[in-house]
Design a protein around this ligand. Structure first.
Ligand SMILES: [Zn+2]
Length: 127
């Protein structure tokens, strides 16, 4: 048997029946697709919509939401009541995102995560 490299239809050269470079690339693509699928599936567990947010924001927001469910005080996350609406509590998730929660008296319910820009827009006379 000759050990000379074969020219595959894809243009790569190598040994064997199939091009290993292309087979590896295809396997990587499959794996990436699967990871993306697994990641997307995690959103069905969330009580609020966290899709479209950067991954680190999603993970941080989930940590805060879970703590609030365990009745951790929002002040521990540096949450503050909005000046113009005392029933809304804004908790910083990252430098650019805020988790808005509504105060129902004995508990608070997370409502949405907004970017710093959106958050400023909904502030009356916002800066
Ligand atoms: Zn190839």
């Amino acid at each position: 048997m000759s050990r000379r490299k074969k020219l595959f239809p894809c243009g790569h050269r190598g040994y064997g029946q199939v091009c290993h470079r292309c087979a590896q690339k295809e396997a990587d693509k499959q794996e990436k697709r699967q990871l993306k699928h697994q990641w997307e599936a995690t959103f069905t567990e969330d009580t609020i919509n966290l899709r479209e947010l950067p991954k680190n924001v999603v993970l941080k927001a989930r940590t805060i939401i879970r703590s609030l469910e365990r009745r951790t005080n929002y002040r521990e996350f540096h949450g503050k009541r909005l000046r113009h609406n005392r029933f809304v509590i804004s908790i910083p998730v990252t430098r650019n995102y805020r988790l808005l929660c509504r105060d129902y008296g004995s508990w608070i319910i997370p409502e949405e995560v907004v970017s710093h820009e959106e958050y400023n827009v909904c502030k009356p006379g916002g800066s």
